[in-house]
Write a protein that binds this ligand. Structure first.
Ligand code: C2E
Ligand code: MG
Ligand code: MG
Length: 592
């Protein structure tokens, strides 16, 4: 850790729960303060209700009231600590050791009879507290020290010790073990076993809490996501054991470099997240650059950094950071993209979604052989209250940048499935399919497949009635694991189409190996029909698609000549203003 306060909490190779549990100074001091106050009050109550002559009443009263005062002080000091500050030895162990000595003093001052055991029972709290926050070694040390204190105190009373020691020692140890076990179980749920840092679940909770604090205090907060470039290739080349080692070493190095207030998590695979309270996006960008520089060559990392803006929910902040990371990858990887916060457009988009201002228009896709209606493509529109109808070109890029595309995309899928289900109700099994456009960024969302499965189930739509259109950029290598993501979608049973074919980059190799069913020829090729050189290219594309077993759909058919040409040259389906313009649903399917 940056401050050099190397405690059992911060040490890179401490046990997982000790490193990843959100046991910040504040929490520790506050809970310890409460124990002190409770102990003090109990002691004073015993004195008030059951004081005996052999008790050192003055000493007990002094210890009891001091305990209350120390407790109040600890809580007050705790409240002043930043939430994510890492405890030092001093804030961890010293108040507990002082507490142990004070309880020992109570035992000694309690005189004969059962009072020493009653006071000694307070040692159970030492065990519980240490078990919740410390590593097992430190827990054992505290329990042992409290038993020594108890032994010394009993001895000073000249009491026979065995039974009392067994009783208080046994209960204290049992409490400590139970507490360690509970803390361990709790941290397992929140930490990543490979690297020992927080996992997605722990991070989501911590982010939620941090945002609540930021809402109250209006302090800045930056969020960073770092993704290792080509980690899959590294794994394939060196084996998964080496890959795991790389992740663990990287996490250790990064953890050691972070300021005390920062919180790091591994969200899954090779993606790490950093919550950076108090940091501006620029400072966070610099820090992330330093972290990326620590990666062992030739491994590189891409990063997205954004700042929390008042009103942002955790998922909005996360989505925006995802968008920044995506931009970093798209613009060549091995770089950090800090979003210039495009706040207005992002918040506007979320608001529009909430307000139900998005609508889908449907454009028919016809068979070129017999003119039959084969499907519809769902195309999003934004009915802006002031600017009027906005086309996707005007907001999809902003939605991608801001990360709002995930939520918008989910809405599109739900709505399109409802439309497809309504079509099936009307036309039965012969109903036209419905295609939706899926942004390349959505492909990086691990929830995409389950969202689609859910939408299909909710509308009882057979998966093959839904077509997902992806542009060629999904295949250009800028998206890690695009092939895996496509296969997961394919496993759902939906059809996959490659959209705007011919405008991007896709090697024949990829085309052959990826699980596509449909190839949509970009309308620029259709517009060029009549120019001999272009015609030859168009025919070659159709022939290639047919030989790969892909259905072909030509986009942007505007004239009879184009339609004839495409039909004569083996193109199966067509879409364009000639055959039908995009129009709102007439089936009465509503989005809400
Ligand atoms: P696309 O998927 O290639 O959709 C076809 C676009 O071509 C549509 O534009 C459509 O209106 C237009 N078009 C259809 N026939 C003709 C024609 O004969 N001539 C001409 N000039 N244009 C024609 P639109 O609706 O403006 O959509 C543009 C792009 O926005 C879409 O291209 C798609 O990439 C994207 N998009 C649309 N809806 C969504 C969505 O729900 N999610 C995502 N991620 N992207 C979407
Ligand atoms: Mg499309
Ligand atoms: Mg297209």
């Amino acid at each position: 850790m940056g401050s050099g306060s190397q405690t059992d909490v911060a040490r890179p190779h401490a046990l997982p729960w000790a490193r990843s549990a959100p046991s910040d100074v504040r929490w520790r001091l506050e809970s310890l303060g409460m124990l002190w106050i409770a102990g003090g009050i109990l002691g004073l109550l015993v004195l008030a209700l059951a004081a005996r002559r052999d008790m050192a009443v003055g000493v007990l009263a002094l210890i009891g009231s001091s305990a209350i005062a120390v407790g109040v002080l600890l809580i007050a000091v705790g409240r002043r600590q930043p939430r994510a500050a890492v405890p030092t030895r001093w804030t961890c162990h010293l108040p507990l050791v002082v507490g142990t000595v004070a309880i020992g003093g109570c035992v000694a001052a309690a005189g004969g009879g059962s009072a020493p055991i009653a006071y000694g029972a307070l040692f159970v709290w030492i065990g519980l507290y240490a078990g919740a926050f410390f590593t097992p070694r430190a827990v054992a040390a505290h329990v042992a020290f409290s038993m020594v204190a108890f032994g010394v105190a009993l001895r000073s009373l000249g009491q026979p010790m065995a039974a009392e020691m067994l009783l208080v020692g046994g209960v204290t140890t049992a409490a400590a073990v139970l507490s360690v076990w509970t803390a361990w179980q709790r941290s397992l749920a929140n930490s990543d076993p490979l690297t020992g840092v927080m996992n997605l679940r722990g991070f989501e909770r911590a982010l939620e809490q941090q945002i609540e604090r930021c809402e109250r205090s209006r302090t800045p907060l930056a969020l960073a996501l770092v993704d290792l470039d080509g980690f899959k290739g590294y794994n394939d080349q060196h084996g998964s054991v080496a890959g795991d080692r790389l992740l663990a070493t990287t996490a250790g190095r990064w953890q050691a470099q972070l300021p005390d207030t920062a919180l790091m998590a591994r969200l899954g695979g090779d993606e790490f997240a950093f919550m950076l309270p108090g940091m501006t996006p620029d400072a966070a960008g610099e820090l992330v650059d330093q972290l990326r520089a620590l990666l062992p060559a030739p491994v590189t990392g891409s990063a997205g950094v954004t700042e929390w803006c008042p009103g942002d929910t955790p998922s909005q902040l996360r989505a925006r950071t995802d968008g920044a990371l995506f931009q970093a990858k798209r613009s060549g990887r091995d770089r950090t993209q800090v979003t210039d916060h495009e706040l207005t457009s992002a918040l506007e988009l979320w608001r529009a979604l909430e307000a139900g201002e998005f609508v889908l228009h449907y454009q028919p896709i016809h068979s070129l052989a017999d003119g039959g209606l084969d499907g519809y493509e769902a195309l999003i529109r934004w009915e802006h209250p002031e600017k009027g109808m906005q086309s996707p070109a005007e907001f999809i890029t902003a939605a991608e940048r801001s990360g709002a595309i995930h939520a918008i995309g989910r809405w599109v899928i739900d709505e399109a499935c409802r439309y497809a289900a309504a079509l099936r109700e009307r036309h039965g099994d012969q109903a036209p399919t419905v295609s939706v456009n899926v942004s390349t960024l959505q492909l990086t969302d691990p929830r995409l497949a389950s969202d689609i499965r859910y939408a299909l189930a909710a509308t009882r739509l057979p998966p093959q009635a839904l077509v997902l259109e992806l542009t060629e950029s999904a295949l250009d290598g800028s998206v890690t694991d695009a092939a895996d993501a496509l296969c997961r979608l394919r496993e759902l049973g939906v059809q996959l189409a490659i959209d705007d074919f011919g405008t991007g980059y896709s090697s024949l190799h990829r085309l052959r190996n990826l699980p596509f069913d449909i190839l949509k020829i970009d309308r620029s090729f259709v517009a060029d029909i009549g120019d001999e050189r272009h015609d030859a290219l168009l025919c070659a594309i159709i022939a290639m698609a047919n030989s790969l077993g892909l259905d072909t759909v030509a986009e942007g058919i505007e004239t009879e000549t184009q339609r004839h040409f495409l039909a004569a040259n083996g193109c199966v389906r067509g879409q364009g203003y000639l055959l039908g313009r995009p129009a709102p649903s007439t089936l009465g399917v509503s989005d809400r």
